[in-house]
Design a protein around this ligand. Structure first.
Ligand code: PTJ
Length: 254
């Protein structure tokens, strides 16, 4: 795949490398043009958060993994950006938490769906749900293409992980009494506010960290996992992320 010559010594090398993954995903037909713009919004928040997984995000990651391990039927929802940035991590996490993987696109085309399915399978996914040839169901009250979900996947799931999402589906899934875990760099987004647990972090860092955490939490008893979930307060956690942004901005101004 095409790579520009980003010197590793460049102060923004990591950020430029992430951009390149998305551009390659776009060239491969997985990412939609709007996905590149959405990444720009995420990048801004990442910059303001300090471009690292914060303690606050880590607390949410623990709650998210506990919720996923307690679930009867967890599903990881994958869109174009997630496929381009972290297909391998999605597959690894799905194995660890015994979750289904489902492709769900806002800007749906059959070609994109096929390209994403191919990438996930290349990374080791045995089964990928959500392709139109499979049985499909509708999320009630949702107008976008995202409403079309797999009958045996998101529709039946009790817990859905939505890395990098647009708001209305999260709200609709919560209305269906599902637990929703979001990964979103924007603590002010509707997704972040509506989800059961929101991890304010870049998917590219959050998903591998979730895999490490899930491995450890798998050894714990259900009671301990329930305690972690019960003690987690999403609204408080989001306020803490906003505070990190505020303090970071003040510190940089000086
Ligand atoms: O592949 P599709 O067709 O399903 O479309 C995917 C996009 C991302 C284009 C679509 O879902 C969309 O338009 O999303 P939004 O409404 O722009 O929301 C994306 C959210 O993800 C925003 O709140 C961004 O701040 C956030 N975000 C962007 N990049 C990252 C991110 N959060 C975590 N990690 C990122 N790398």
């Amino acid at each position: 795949m095409h790579r520009t010559n980003i010197p590793s010594s460049h102060p923004r090398a990591k950020s430029l490398y992430i951009r390149e993954l998305l551009v390659n995903g776009f060239k491969n037909g997985m990412v939609v043009q709007e996905g590149l713009i959405a990444h720009g919004r995420g990048e801004t928040f990442d910059y303001l958060l300090g471009e690292g997984t914060t303690e606050t995000a880590y607390t949410a990651i623990k709650a998210a993994c506990s919720l996923l391990l307690l679930a009867d039927h967890p599903v990881i929802s994958v869109n174009g950006n997630v496929a381009a940035l972290c297909s391998k991590d999605v597959v690894e996490l799905s194995h660890l938490i015994d979750a289904d993987i489902e492709v769900n696109l806002f800007y749906w085309t059959e070609e994109r769906e096929i390209a994403i399915e191919k990438e996930l399978k290349k990374m080791g996914a045995k089964k990928v749900l959500g392709t139109r040839s499979g049985g499909s169901a509708r999320i009630p009250g949702l107008q976008s293409e995202r409403r079309i979900v797999d009958q045996d996947g998101i529709y039946k799931a009790d817990t859905v992980l939505v890395p990098l999402e647009d708001g209305d589906r999260t709200e609709a899934l919560v209305k269906m009494n599902k637990k929703v875990i979001a990964i979103d760099l924007n603590p002010l987004s509707r997704t972040s506010k509506a989800a059961t647990v929101t991890v304010i972090d870049n998917v590219i860092r959050a998903l591998p960290t979730m895999a490490i955490e899930a491995k450890q939490l798998k050894q714990k008893k259900g009671q301990i996992l329930k305690k972690i979930v019960n003690e987690f307060d999403n609204t408080k956690n989001l306020s803490e992320s906003l505070e990190i942004i505020r303090c970071g901005m003040n510190a940089r101004q000086r």
